[in-house]
Write a protein that binds this ligand. Sequence first.
Ligand SMILES: *Cc1c(COP(=O)(O)O)cnc(C)c1O
Length: 443
Amino acid sequence: MESEASLTSDQLRALDKAHLWHPFTQMRDWCAADHDPLVIVSADGVWLQDSDGNRYIDGNSSIWTNIHGHRHPVIDQAIRDQLDKIAHCSALGFTNDTAVRLAEKLVGLFPPDTLSRVFYSDDGSTAIECACKMAIQYRQIDGCPERSAFLAFDQAYHGDTSGAASLGGIDTLHRRFLSYGFDTWHVSGMEQLEQLSDEVLSKLTAVIVEPLIQGAAGMKTWPSGMLAALRQWCDRHGIFLILDEVMTGFGRTGTMFACQQEEVIPDFLALAKGLSGGYMPLAATLTSETIFEKFLGTIAEQKTFFYGHSYYGNPLGCAAALANLEIFAAENTLAKLQGKIALLSQLLDEHLAPSPFVGEIRQCGFMAGIDVVRDKKTRAPWPAENQTSAAVCREARQHGLLTRPVVGDTIVLMPPLSISGHELETAVRALAKALSTLDTADD
Ligand SMILES: *Cc1c(COP(=O)(O)O)cnc(C)c1O
């Protein structure tokens, strides 16, 4: 620990630039001499601290993962206690108590006899891959191997492994690798879905959607009732519904899961980001007993689901996830959240909506997308190469807020659910101050 602490911020930055390759990042800009990336060294609650001692509100919950704040004593202790027992063991040939207890708790969050089976993996992408492979293999076992294609939505984001990326609908992120994954049709919404030919329908195994709101697309909300309509459409055509709740899960939309708001139960549910409270890479794919039973048979029948990752059911991750759920109950997180959701609306209205550089603001529960525009009336965007919203986020750091835009000029505000009203106001005001530095003469 001492030797790490003895590296200066500049030494750390130099080593980073020498050895790291950052995700979704143009590394020429990153490594440029005039770029001084923050080095985050510690955190407390919703506050992140850098190597120079500056503190920032974690405005996007450390890329949509953190739920109850950093260093929450209950999760910290759960991981320490688990460390005293075992950090990791395989799930091949035996099981572990922590993974078993978590599975029971997860299943218990849904009505009895709906989602009864839990398959663990490491992150959102692998939870999606797992659901897709189950959906394909189910049809093979069922004698309809031609039903191997997926239906996904324009602008969708389901992760970056090849299979998950092929479901994606964001050109910048996905076009390059579209042909290397699953066979996927994309539609814009329910209207286009209703117009699909019987020939296309006969090839589909499943539809996948981010329920209520598409995150990476720019926090785009679906019309109310869309999810329930999609469930009905799937039932009408015998097509599975995969819900990607990697972002929306664990309270973000105001309920534990987004699907609860339209009383929809999917055939497959992918959970990751917030599952461990934002502490550990842990994911789960939940499915029904009916689907599970399809895979039962003798070895010779070759129905076994040959899929899995080394850290399946990792005890440290599962211990964090159990503590995450415990806190929801102990702290009444969801009940307390309702007032914060209303406060967020009010603050966005008061401080951001009037800005001449804010176009539409979309809010879903405790998540908001703020469109940064050049002209409020026409909603004309800034030139993409200006990276205006990224510049606004950099400016917001001066006022104590860390967040970043998604594709396009949409700034995400999505703090941990544990944020106080006062901290939430600080976060929104920081964005307002940063926006006020924009000037149309700049471009
Ligand atoms: C983040 C995300 C994923 C991918 O999860 P990773 O853990 O980054 O692999 C998938 N779907 C949605 C909706 C996400 O927000």
